[in-house]
Design a protein. Structure first.
Length: 603
């Protein structure tokens, strides 16, 4: 039984985790040999670089080091921040690490736009290998890729739970095909196996000077998607992902070696993987092309789901504004759909397809922010291991971070060649995070909440003499130590008080998952506090929780802020607040019971 569960987990991991890194062989070697001369020494050097990049940046950094730092089985940049911050003593260190985590999240989202564009477009370009379609125009290929992208993003609202069961088996077929085609090609030119020796990687970089250094910016394409091993750990578990990576690693290495062997025999090749498959077995070429398109769709789907997950983590940890969230599965609450993110992503993907036109030009922009994210992951891991006194892992993590940094420096070469797009997207996202978090802190200070003891004195006197409305009223407060201004306005200024007043307090725990809920002792007559403590990655159904706890509210009060400002930064913050759903809309509370209490603030 356990073996069956492991086997199923491995197949699921191949479909949900390895789509991005698994489709990299479609374009990686083709792109590298656009900027470097094709000789036997160069082919062996590049293959060696690819092999050791997969070892250092994926196997060591993510499969071993990062995945040993899960929190309740969950991984990702936010999880690393949540592990590291409590270990730090200095407030300044906490600020720096928090900022780094924001940069890391922005980097992941910035490069995420390019993943579907380069994956789908590179697969569609394989049509040119079919006899009779050699002259198909690039605009036609862009149109086909665009239609596939529109179709993919359009089905997100309905949820992909019903079709995800086929992702794993399809990717198993994909990796098996990559491995088999690679082995066939290696048999014809077995000397490429020498590339496993790191000597060829070092020699290539040292003998080719700046060209050798800048080739690293394209070599990194073989490892894009490697961060998904850690980020998706919570969905599938550590063991299935690590076991699946061993299989995927072998398949990728065999295919890259096979492509290298094919290039030595066919130095004029311009679309290596597709031409290799066509030469080996023309009869299966069209099925392989269809399989490659499906594999890139699966890779894109994993990225889209990852985007939804990252944005939700940002909302729950209060670094992003509330956005309308729909649940696409009754069984799995982690299956979510965020329409704003979905359509902005589609527009961005179509834009970069139109802007760059060809997959090799997209590759010139791809990988810059991924390496930035890898550097940040490496820094945070090094510090965690060091503070925990695990000096061996700390030293290895430091060396891996140095390698990450070398790749990041090499990728700076991409900035004028289109890399500025992913940097620009990441910078916009980072600015939004900083404006939102700073605005929330400033607004909280302006809200001037009343200390609980002062509130209770006034409440007790008012409750005794006031005419009370029958039924239960709900209010919301993050922490009842300080009572929000809208509650005092409602009760004391407007004279609205119910027989039963329940304050709902929702706070985040330090763990990613888990929900605890309880009524605290009645703090005064007619005033109760119901506390919900949830994991920072948990998705809760607030209406259902209130119902199961027997809370039958007659009305629900909530605070709304109207911000008046001449400051451009705070105007952006005010617009973000205005465009995002209110707290009660986010939790889908019944609209017929809602009463918003507006407070005006000058920032």
């Amino acid at each position: 039984m356990i073996k069956n569960i492991d086997f199923r987990g491995i197949i699921n991991s191949m479909g949900l985790v390895f789509g991005d890194i698994g489709t990299s062989p479609i374009y990686t070697l083709t792109v590298i040999f656009i900027i470097t001369k094709l000789t036997e020494e160069h082919v062996l050097g590049v293959l060696s670089l690819i092999f050791w990049t997969l070892i250092i940046l994926v196997t060591i950094e993510y499969s071993w080091l990062a995945m040993s730092l899960g929190k309740k089985g969950e991984g990702g940049t936010i999880v690393l921040k949540e592990i590291l911050v409590p270990l730090l003593k200095s407030g300044r260190s906490v600020t720096v690490i928090t900022f780094l985590s924001y940069v890391g999240i922005s980097f992941l989202l910035g490069d995420g736009v390019i993943t579907p564009a380069i994956s789908i477009l590179s697969a569609v370009e394989g049509l040119r290998v079919i006899p009779g379609l050699e002259s198909i125009t690039q605009n036609t290929l862009i149109l086909i890729a665009g239609i596939i992208a529109i179709g993919l993003f359009s089905i997100q609202r309905k949820g992909t739970e019903k079709i995800t069961w086929v992702f794993g088996p399809l990717m198993v077929i994909w990796f098996a095909t990559l491995a088999f085609s690679g082995v066939i090609s290696i048999f014809s030119t077995p000397e490429v196996i020498k590339a496993i020796n790191p000597y060829y990687a070092v020699e290539f970089v040292l003998t080719n000077g700046w060209t050798g250094f800048f080739v690293l910016s394209e070599v990194i394409l073989c490892a894009t998607g490697g961060e998904a091993l850690y980020a998706d750990m919570g969905h599938l578990g550590k063991e299935p992902i690590v076991k699946a990576w061993k299989i995927v690693f072998v398949a990728l290495v065999l295919n890259y070696l096979g492509q290298g062997a094919f290039m030595l025999r066919n130095p004029e090749s311009t679309n290596v993987l597709f031409e290799m498959i066509y030469q080996q077995a023309p009869v299966i070429y069209i099925p392989f092309l269809i399989l490659s398109v499906l594999a890139t769709i699966i890779a894109s789907q994993a990225m889209i789901s990852g985007m939804f997950s990252i944005v939700y983590q940002g909302i729950s940890t209060r670094i992003a504004p509330l956005l309308k969230i729909d649940y696409t599965s009754e069984e799995m609450k982690s299956q979510i759909y965020i329409s704003v993110v979905n359509w902005l992503l589609l527009i961005s993907v179509l834009f970069v397809m139109y802007e760059f036109k060809e997959s090799h030009k997209l590759a010139a922009a791809y990988g810059l922010t991924v390496t930035g994210s890898m550097v940040i992951t490496g820094i945070m891991m090094t510090l965690i291991f060091y503070i925990r006194k695990d000096m061996l892992k700390s030293a290895i993590a430091f060396l891996v971070t140095v390698v990450d940094f070398v790749y990041l420096l090499a990728n700076m070469y991409k900035i004028p060649h289109g890399g500025y797009w992913s940097i620009t997207i990441a910078a916009i996202l980072l600015s939004m995070i900083l404006i939102y978090t700073s605005g929330q802190k400033r607004l909280y200070r302006l809200l001037k909440p009343m200390e609980l003891n002062d509130f209770l004195k006034e409440y007790n006197a008012f409750y005794m003499r006031a005419s009370k409305i029958k039924g239960t009223a709900l209010f919301f407060a993050r922490d009842m130590s300080f009572v929000p201004q809208y509650i005092t306005h409602t009760m004391f200024d407007n004279g609205i008080i119910y027989e039963d007043n329940v304050v709902i307090s929702i706070s985040l725990s330090e763990e990613p998952f888990g929900i605890s809920k309880m009524f605290k002792e009645e703090i005064s007559k007619g005033l109760r506090v119901f506390e919900i403590k949830m994991g920072y990655m948990e998705v809760i159904d607030l209406v259902e929780i209130l119902k199961t706890e027997g809370i039958d509210e007659r009305t629900i009060f909530y605070g709304e802020e109207e911000i008046i400002t001449d400051n451009i930064i705070w105007r952006i913050f005010a617009l973000m607040k205005k465009l995002s759903p209110s707290f009660v809309q986010f939790y889908k509370l019944p609209s017929d019971k809602l009463h918003g209490v507006v407070t005006r603030f000058e920032m």
